[in-house]
Design a protein around this ligand. Structure first.
Ligand SMILES: [Zn+2]
Length: 296
């Protein structure tokens, strides 16, 4: 499923092709792909695109005259740009919507599993309300906002990070990666994190996401950006998809557990489940090691 870096990468590769250009026609092949009104004008036919915005995992195409179209890529959705020079061989399989632009070029919304979709909104106010119901965008998350989201929560911190009302944009991959980088076990109770742990976690979320955005996202399943390029960040994953392999930091075998119905990978040494007991055990171990190694 595309998370923030993949959606940001789609935004960044699509915008140069379409922003400032007028959409001349829209073809909707699956009406149930649109939630709400679905006339050609609702889908931005006749509008000039002024901006593509992103909040969390959602995109919004902003047209002139205040028209807004929210795009959710779901599990397998892709927005694919084809220039006028590309040979038009008709709709590709699972292509549900196609926008044509004045002067040539099209954008196709392709989504085999159809968890994605479009929502036309009447005005920018409606977009503010819709996105206001989500948590802050994860790319700029700071410790105070993260602390507010986790405060008093009995849930596992991983489950809280996946909750889009707490934090918008983080899914399974980047939750695991950020928790590893912060040295926090995914099953720790969210409300039990200490101030310095929250500060570390916020910094880890920002840094993992920024690195992933720079690498064009992670390629899992069939994700590609608007120009058809795959993401390069997958090879940098420290834990995601590496259960049973050695930790890249300490060499311990990475464990797989199930949290919030998702496979979760963590290092039992770098991310102690109970940091208090952990430091005690370690002190004990190092003392024992010292006594064993003492010359007689
Ligand atoms: Zn480790």
């Amino acid at each position: 499923m595309p998370e923030l870096p993949e959606v940001e990468s789609v935004r960044g590769t699509l915008a140069p092709h379409v922003v400032g250009r007028r959409c001349s026609a829209v073809t909707l092949r699956r009406p149930d792909f649109v939630e709400g009104p679905r006339s050609a004008a609702d889908l931005l036919a006749g509008a000039t695109l002024v901006e593509i915005r992103r909040h969390g995992k959602q995109l919004a195409l902003i047209g002139d005259a205040g028209r807004v179209l929210v795009v959710q890529l779901g599990m397998t959705g892709r927005l694919v740009w084809r220039s006028a020079a590309d040979r038009d061989s008709g709709p590709t399989p699972h292509e549900h919507v196609r926008w044509r632009f004045e002067g040539g070029g099209t954008v196709a919304f392709i989504d085999p599993r159809r968890f994605g979709g479009l929502t036309p909104l009447p005005a920018a106010d409606a977009l503010r309300d819709r996105w206001g119901a989500l948590g802050p965008d994860a790319l700029g998350i700071g410790p105070p906002a993260l602390a507010r989201g986790l405060h008093g929560s009995w849930r596992a911190v991983k489950a809280a990070l996946l909750d889009q009302r707490v934090l918008a944009g983080v899914g399974n991959i980047y939750a695991d990666e950020a928790l590893f980088q912060a040295g926090i076990h995914p099953s720790r109770q969210a409300g039990s994190l200490r101030h310095e742990e929250i500060t570390r976690l916020a910094a880890a979320i920002r840094s993992v996401l920024r690195r992933a955005v720079r690498a064009g996202g992670s390629t899992v399943r069939d994700y590609v950006n608007a120009d058809g390029a795959a993401g390069e960040f997958s090879r940098s994953h420290a834990v995601y998809g590496r259960g049973g392999a050695p930790c890249r930091r300490c060499g311990e075998t990475l464990t797989v557990l199930r949290l919030a119905q998702r496979a979760t990978v963590a290092c039992p040494v770098c991310q102690p489940e109970n940091p208090m007991i952990h430091s005690f055990v370690h002190t004990g171990r190092s003392r024992r090691a010292a006594s064993v190694g003492r010359p007689r």
